[in-house]
Write a protein that binds this ligand. Structure first.
Ligand code: UDP
Ligand code: MG
Length: 314
């Protein structure tokens, strides 16, 4: 197999998936082999602390269509898929989780749909099995909020499970931001995009790696990459609060000279706290954006590869 005639590259990020990978790999092979012979699978080991890498080495030594990228540490799901996409050779690239939640059986349908004239076909979650009510609720709210406040249409209820044309990959490589929100970047790129619906399955083994802390960070990346809305909210609330503060000042001056002044301890206390709060919010939001600016200015590599078999067998 040479680089140039690869039709589908399948990018799979893996972080501590030793209990899932073999079963996933088998499902993946079953669904792709009968559909398309010119494929490659790129497993990205994102700094796993278990036997994931060992298992990848084993399966890739048996089949030269299986490539792997081993990161020097955990860089996170978004950078793992970014690395996989950047090193893919296919005309089409599939992004799919390795825990069995995204059904590999859908890949042939995604591919057919893409070939009928779409640069992006994303898989939209109809049902999410086996995830906590809290996770489903926060995800739902977040996607709706994001859709409201950004000026591009990031599809709701969609993860990164999708197929993209290599054109999209070439443009992604020109988008060097450090805080990746890949599905937002792809939505931003445009071309013909459509979706297929599927039922999201339960994880085969283990637990989600997205703690609430990581989800909040991810949500902030999504929002700050595609919207200046939080900054605007800070400015607008600053104006509103200042307006009322101005009225209050006039009122208290009037009271002082023409009315009579109470001790006023309570109202003073409340307004100081209130203003302090608003100011902190504003500063915090500025900080969120400034922090991201400074990271982008540093221009560090997005990820570091310790080992790979990408350059073999060509
Ligand atoms: N993953 C990764 N790096 C991380 C966290 C997760 O490569 O830091 C992989 C993980 O192995 C899985 C996929 O990304 O294949 C999705 O992760 P997870 O199932 O934890 O997310 P969820 O499905 O709960 O959104
Ligand atoms: Mg999962």
């Amino acid at each position: 197999m040479t680089k140039n005639n690869t039709e589908i590259s399948i990018v799979v990020p893996l972080y501590n998936e030793e209990h899932n990978i073999l079963a996933f790999h088998e499902r993946l092979l079953n669904s792709i082999e009968s559909h398309e012979e010119n494929f490659e699978i790129i497993y990205v080991n994102d700094g796993s602390k278990d036997n994931t890498l060992f298992i990848i080495h084993q399966i890739s030594s048996q089949n030269q269509k299986i490539r792997y990228i081993d990161f020097s540490r955990n860089f996170g799901h978004q950078l793992a898929i970014t690395a996989g996409i950047e090193h893919s050779n296919g005309n089409y690239i599939v992004i799919i989780d390795g825990d069995g939640q995204d059904p590999p059986e859908l890949i042939p349908t995604l591919h057919e749909k893409a070939k009928s004239g779409f640069e992006v076909v994303y898989a939209k979650r109809k049902k999410r099995n086996g995830e906590s009510i809290m996770k489903k609720l926060t995800a739902k709210l977040f996607y709706r909020l994001l859709a409201k406040i950004t000026n591009i249409e990031i599809p709701v209820d969609t993860g990164d499970f999708r197929i993209i044309h290599k054109k999209i990959k070439e443009i992604l490589q020109k988008m060097p931001e450090q805080h990746k929100y890949v599905r937002g970047q792809i939505a931003w790129i445009g071309f013909n995009q459509t979706f297929l619906e599927y039922d999201r399955e339960e994880r085969m083994h283990g637990q989600t790696k997205f703690t609430y802390r990581k989800m909040i960070r991810f949500a902030l990346d999504g929002i700050s990459s595609f919207s200046n809305w939080p900054l605007r909210v800070a400015t607008i609330s600053g104006f509103i609060v200042s307006f009322f503060a101005f009225l209050l000042i006039i009122y208290s001056l009037y009271q002082k000279f023409f009315g009579y002044t109470e001790k006023g301890w309570t109202s003073m206390h409340i307004s100081i706290l209130f203003l302090g709060g608003i100011q902190l919010i504003g500063i915090g939001i500025l900080g969120e954006y400034l922090g991201r600016v400074s990271e982008n200015v540093k221009n560090r590599p997005h990820y570091i590869i310790r080992d790979t078999n990408l350059n073999e067998n060509d």
